[in-house]
Design a protein around this ligand. Structure first.
Ligand SMILES: *Cc1c(COP(=O)(O)O)cnc(C)c1O
Length: 371
């Protein structure tokens, strides 16, 4: 047998993927069985139940889409929108921009509510946009905008939309498992995520949940969902407990084991303790960086603990230093995107990476670099 190709381990402190615990890697290596094997179906049912807990929902249609976060993003929009529908979309970073682009490609009339990168979308502005377009099919925001480090407040938008016929769609790819998402209390109708951020599982599955209101909308569509692969009404015949378990596509069996193990670890730690851990190390990193002359990019009071965006001291060019961090210290952090390109680092403290040891290792490297 030839030697396996070499991969140096890195400390993953970028915007994802986050470090993967050995327990999860071991789960990936368990025997592959068939996608209709009762053993596998039991794992899948348990994953769906555990996802309801993390999402904070009792929605029956809750499952991982086969694909990365972008697949669940497309699934969320494609199942709800039909050509000609109006979609109000908050855009204050890359991922809001993608939502708008996807919705446009689906033939929706998109009302972009834009805000400067690094700032939240004022809920009042979104509510105002809805008053102008009350027939909008959906209103979408990104809870944790990974391109800027901003945490979008959801409560007011959710309570307002609950009294209308417009569905509330929220991207929680970077928030699920790191900060509270609370799908039901926030009146979210369609909520999607990914595995490789705060859940600490490799990329490859993308949890999604649909409220009863969203299901009603899916049932009353005039045309079928434009994506066959992501059609929730077809998928529900396979993923739903008590459903026919009809073949749709081959589920990524071993990734499901990995996600299961990741969710067991979330339960063992407890959601509150997990949120507290992310909050604590994120705050510490942000304080320590500011002491070292970094300038935080996200608006004060709305900073994500799991994703810190910061401009380097003295306006230094970020890319060469980021390369040294990787080459010399085996630490990965992300660079800026869009208007923040070349200016900021995006540092993720997510899942198994959200520890004081991660912060210590990064700060030691930063201090060595500036000597
Ligand atoms: C990472 C991310 C996505 C896309 O997920 P992929 O797994 O990269 O496809 C979508 N939205 C947000 C907020 C993200 O951080």
């Amino acid at each position: 047998m030839s030697a396996p190709f070499p991969i140096r381990p890195r400390l993953l402190l970028g915007p994802g993927p986050s470090p993967v615990h050995d327990r999860i890697l071991q789960a990936l290596a368990r025997p592959t069985v068939g996608h209709l094997d009762p053993q596998f179906l039991a794992v899948m049912d348990d994953v769906n139940a555990k996802l309801r807990h993390v999402f904070g929902t009792s929605n029956s249609l809750t499952f991982p889409v086969s694909g990365t976060g972008s697949a669940s993003q497309e699934a969320a929009l494609a199942n709800i929108l039909e050509p000609g529908d109006t979609a109000i979309i908050g855009v204050n970073g890359v991922f809001g921009g993608r939502l708008a682009e996807m919705a446009r490609r689906m033939g929706a009339k998109v009302v972009d509510v834009e805000e400067e990168w690094g700032r939240i979308l004022d809920p009042e502005r979104l509510i105002q946009a809805h008053r102008e377009y009350p027939a909008a099919r959906l209103l979408a925001v990104v809870h944790a905008e990974t391109s800027t480090g901003v945490r979008q407040p959801l409560e007011d938008i959710g309570s307002y939309l609950a009294g209308t016929d417009t569905l509330f769609l929220v991207d929680t790819v970077t928030s699920l498992g790191g900060i509270p998402v609370e799908v039901d209390p926030n009146h979210i109708d369609v909520c999607y995520s990914g595995t490789q951020k705060c859940l600490g599982v490799p990329p490859g599955l993308a949890p999604i949940t649909f409220s009863p209101r969203a299901l009603e909308r899916i049932r009353s569509r005039k045309r079928p969902c434009q994506s066959w692969y992501l059609d929730a009404s077809l998928l529900s015949d396979y993923v739903g407990e008590g459903s026919e378990r009809k073949y749709h596509h081959t589920a990524p069996i071993n990734m499901m084991y990995a996600l299961h193990e990741g969710l067991v670890m979330v339960e063992e730690e407890g959601l509150e303790a997990r949120f507290a851990r992310h909050a604590e190390v994120g705050k510490r990193l942000q304080d320590e960086l500011q002491e070292r002359g970094f300038t935080l990019f996200a608006e004060e009071g709305h900073r994500l603990p799991q994703l810190t965006s910061a401009a380097l001291p003295g306006g230094a060019d970020e890319a060469p230093l980021r390369k040294v961090l990787l080459d010399r210290y085996d630490i990965e952090v992300g660079g800026g995107l869009g208007p923040a390109k070349g200016k900021i680092w995006r540092i993720g403290l997510m899942g198994a990476g959200a520890t004081n040891e991660s912060v210590d290792r990064l700060l030691a490297a930063v201090d060595a670099l500036s000597d």
